[in-house]
Design a protein around this ligand. Structure first.
Ligand code: NAD
Ligand code: ZN
Length: 245
């Protein structure tokens, strides 16, 4: 592995006043959580866009919940990997270090990450589909019973507390992500950079003067100043050796 890129990224992180990591499904790949666009991205014959969408849920909530219940069971058996651990350690030890994730799996939380913004919600959170006014709630059971699960307040069907295709992000999460993009170094880790608005964050950070580093074994459309073409768990472990943690 070339040391030049690692030395430069380590130097920049050490010199930075603020660092943000924007993460996607790739950080959880080594934990065994499938990405959507890599191998194994399909469930049965369904594309993810045909399951993670309000019209899909309206048409067949039982089918969509079957998919989520399967994913919840799979994720429950996974553990945070070295990539989550390094980011969590930096978030605890380094001032002004934040993590913005598109992941819904809860592995950053389980690794003990501080200053975390979840752009797409959490697969462990449930919401009332008929918006009766009930607060979102956490349900960690796998498998879920009954399925579809019910709203504790009105008894109507519950939905997963994740942001689906075609839905707007929570404005306060988006504002937190935007402010985290005012930083000296942005690490774009394990995201295909095709799902907006998350995909636009690297450009925003760069336009504000951030040095953008992409960590991904595959090339993506992200405009980065430097790319480390290694899996996240390898590259972050390598950086941690140089920086500490
Ligand atoms: P994606 O599936 O579109 O892309 C994954 C990216 O990770 C690819 O670019 C791939 O090259 C890269 N990758 C694969 N293995 C890697 C590794 N070991 N280290 C670093 N990179 C690796 O995922 P996305 O960009 O996050 O966007 C898709 C959407 O899917 C997001 O909205 C997210 O919420 C959702 N999603 C979440 C999870 C999860 O919570 N773990 C899993 C699948 C999809
Ligand atoms: Zn309700």
């Amino acid at each position: 592995m070339s040391d030049v890129g690692y030395d430069e990224v380590a130097r920049r992180i050490l010199a930075a006043g603020s660092v943000t990591a924007l993460t996607g499904a790739g950080v959880s790949a080594a934990s065994g959580v499938p990405t959507f666009r890599g191998a194994g991205g399909l469930w049965r014959t369904f594309r993810v866009e045909d399951l993670a969408a309000p019209d899909a849920f309206a048409r067949d909530p039982a089918l969509v919940w079957e998919w989520y219940d399967w994913r919840r069971g799979l994720i429950a058996a996974c553990r945070p990997n070295r990539a989550h651990e390094v980011l969590a350690a930096w978030s605890r030890e380094r001032p002004h270090f934040s993590v913005v994730t598109q992941n819904v799996d809860g592995l950053h939380e389980r690794a003990g990450t501080l200053n975390l913004t979840r752009l797409h919600g959490s697969i462990w959170t449930l919401q009332c589909w008929s918006t009766c006014g009930a607060d979102d709630w956490t349900d960690l059971r796998t498998p879920l019973e009954p399925r579809p699960p019910r709203c504790p307040d009105c008894g109507g069907i519950a939905r997963p507390g994740v942001v689906w295709f075609g839905e707007l992000l929570n404005p306060s999460d988006l504002a937190a992500a935007d402010s985290a993009c005012t930083c000296d170094v942005l690490l774009v880790v394990g995201t295909s950079s095709v799902v907006y608005p998350a995909a636009g964050l690297a450009d925003i950070a760069r336009s504000r003067g951030a040095f953008v580093v992409e960590i991904n074994p595959e090339a993506t459309p992200a405009a980065a100043d430097l790319c480390l073409r290694q899996p996240a768990e390898v590259a972050l472990a390598e950086l941690a050796k140089r920086i500490g943690s």
